[in-house]
Structure formats: structure tokens, C-alpha cells
Ligand binder design. Structure first.
Ligand code: ES4
Ligand code: ZN
Length: 326
């Protein structure tokens, strides 16, 4: 098969996907019309013209304001359902989807509206697409630790619908230690944990060390700056720690796919995986990310198969559910 056929056909798990990052311009217009929201941009090309990112800050400045079209549980369902159908076309059989409740509760949308809309799409994906879908609640790190803790408390009655918690948004001046207490409580409540350690942020390597040694996360999102410390790489390898890499997203926020870092970790036996992050904004769903990385780094079909195996190994599927897919 061609690279394209192989990448699309490969059964895979997607582990780093922000549901709010799957909002395509067409759906944004439909939801705006349904909810009577006035938008500054009137055409798809006017919307995509605003996707002129040079770094994480300029991306987030476009990303958060777009969310105001999301208001009802049906809206959240429709967003996740559109993504899940697309993921199926890309060979995804299991997905662990991030969502940012505080991006919605902070503008008056109830927590239950967000979670129940997303959950209905996840259940529907299993039944109608044969795709298993779980939710990971992400705290926004530029909000306070108190607001994160309050959000965690709000999530407790929904434990059965939320497999774990993560941490995203702007890492600058918001290191992992700020959320140590929140994550300790989340673990005590039985949630699995992951945190974004964004590419080339100030203090990146130190943050990765904190996340591994002090927070004790079950996975790391991005985290490829770990290559700067071979001893820490060896520790991550021994522990079988998963890294959720997003090559096309990297190329938007750092102007590099970080191919050498991702492939270097792969060659050393670290459990790196390939994911799409915010596919509607970066123009690449998950198989597109496998293809982009393979073309840039000259990866073989066997390398792509290893990345897909890693995606199941690093996933939070239970063993029973895993055997149902492989
Ligand atoms: C994100 Cl690319 C990126 N980085 C940090 N937080 C995010 N949330 C959504 N996309
Ligand atoms: Zn991300």
C-alpha cells in the first residue's frame, strides 16, 4: 500500500485531542446560527484567515473566543460527534479526548451541559462506529489552582464518565507545581493523570522532571524536550511512560515538527505516540500527522506500526477492552 493508505488503514488510538480544537468553521457557522451568535467572520476563508499562528499565545487568542458558539448539550454532542466520525475515517478505534470545562463554566455554561453533551457522543461512537471513546478533563493552567480544585469537586459525581485529568493552556508562569495539590487529590479520587509539557517553553525540562518525579503522572503530553536529559529519557523508558506527540501542531507553535526529537525517542524505545491536538485549527487529523512525520523523517511502514502499537500501550484502555480491538 501507499504511505497514505497504510497510515489511514492502521488501527490506532488517539490520545491527545482537544474536543474544542475540532471546531471546523462550517460547524461554527451552524452553531452560531442555531444560537443567535453574531460572528465577525462571514465566510470559511475569513475564518481560516485568522488561523495565522506564530506561537502558542497567538493560537490561544483565536481558540478561546471561538468557543462562545457552544452553548447547549446538543452543541457539545454535535462537536464531538463530528470529530468521532472523522476519527473513524482516520483508522481510530480508541480515543481519549480532552475537554476544557473551565472554558465554558467561566462564561456561564453549566458543567453538566458540557459533560453530558460530550458523553452522549462518546456512547454513540461505541454503538454506531465501534470506536471506544473516553473523556479526560483538562484544567486551564492560566486559571487559579483554587478554580481547578473547585472544577475537580464538580467532576466527582461524573467519575464514571471521566477516565482522567490533564492540564493545558499557557505553561508560561504556570508550572506543574502550581497544581500539585489538585493532582494529588485527583489521584486519590481514582483519576489517571497527564499534563502538557509544551515544546520549548521556558523551564521545559525542569517541568518535565517535576511532572515525572513529583506529580507522578501516568502520561505526558508533548514533553519532547526530555531529549535534553538522557538520564531522564532512560527513566521514562524504564517506566514505560507514554508521550503524546503532535507533529503538525508543533510546526504551528514552534515552526518545527520536532521530528528529530520524536524519532530519537522512538529509536530509543520510549513510548512516543502521534496525535492531532487541535485538528480543525492545524488542518491535520491523526492519519495526516502520521503521514507528515513519515514524510519528513523518512519513516518506514514498520515505524508507523510501532507508533500505532505505542498508542495502545500508552492508552488507558483496560486489558479486557484492549483485546477487543487488537
Ligand atoms: C493547546 Cl497546542 C495547545 N497547547 C496548550 N493548550 C492547548 N489547548 C488546546 N490546544
Ligand atoms: Zn494539547
Amino acid at each position: 500500500p501507499s504511505l497514505r493508505e497504510f497510515a489511514f488503514g492502521l488501527p490506532k488510538a488517539e490520545l491527545h485531542l482537544h474536543l474544542e480544537g475540532t471546531l471546523e468553521p462550517e460547524l461554527k457557522f451552524a452553531l452560531a446560527a442555531r444560537n443567535g451568535v453574531e460572528l465577525a467572520e462571514k465566510t470559511v476563508s475569513e475564518v481560516t484567515a485568522t488561523y495565522d499562528f506564530t506561537d502558542l499565545t497567538s493560537f490561544l487568542a483565536v481558540y478561546y473566543p471561538a468557543m462562545r458558539v457552544l452553548q447547549t448539550a446538543e452543541d457539545f454532542h454535535d462537536l464531538a460527534w463530528a470529530y468521532l466520525q472523522r476519527a473513524k475515517e482516520h483508522g481510530v478505534v480508541h480515543v481519549e479526548m480532552f475537554f476544557d470545562p473551565q472554558a465554558h463554566t467561566s462564561r456561564g455554561v453549566p458543567f453538566d451541559t458540557v459533560v453530558s453533551g460530550y458523553r452522549r457522543a462518546a456512547v454513540r461512537a461505541q454503538r454506531e462506529l465501534g470506536v471506544s471513546a473516553e473523556l479526560i478533563l483538562c484544567f486551564l493552567r492560566d486559571f487559579s489552582a483554587e478554580y481547578a480544585m473547585a472544577t475537580l469537586m464538580e467532576a466527582l459525581p461524573y467519575k464514571a464518565w471521566i477516565v482522567g485529568v490533564g492540564l493545558d493552556s499557557d505553561e508560561r508562569d504556570n508550572p506543574p507545581a502550581k497544581f500539585a495539590e489538585v493532582f494529588a487529590r485527583a489521584k486519590a479520587e481514582g483519576f489517571l493523570t497527564t499534563m502538557h509539557c509544551d515544546i520549548d517553553q521556558a523551564g521545559s525540562l525542569e517541568n518535565i522532571r517535576t511532572v515525572i518525579e513529583e506529580i507522578g503522572v501516568d502520561r505526558i503530553d508533548h514533553g519532547t524536550n526530555i531529549v535534553e536529559d538522557p538520564e531522564l529519557v532512560e527513566l521514562a523508558r524504564q517506566r514505560g511512560l507514554g508521550f503524546t506527540c503532535c507533529p503538525v501542531s508543533n510546526s504551528f507553535v514552534t515552526e518545527q515538527m520536532k521530528t528529530d526529537e520524536i524519532v530519537g525517542l522512538l529509536r530509543r524505545g520510549v513510548k512516543v505516540t502521534v496525535n492531532s491536538d487541535d485538528p480543525a485549527y492545524f488542518g491535520a487529523y491523526v492519519a495526516d500527522n502520521y503521514i507528515a512525520l513519515a514524510e519528513k523523517a523518512g519513516l518506514s511502514h514498520a515505524d508507523l506500526a510501532q507508533l500505532a502499537i505505542n498508542s495502545f500501550d500508552a492508552s488507558w484502555m483496560t486489558p479486557a477492552r484492549r483485546t477487543a480491538h487488537v
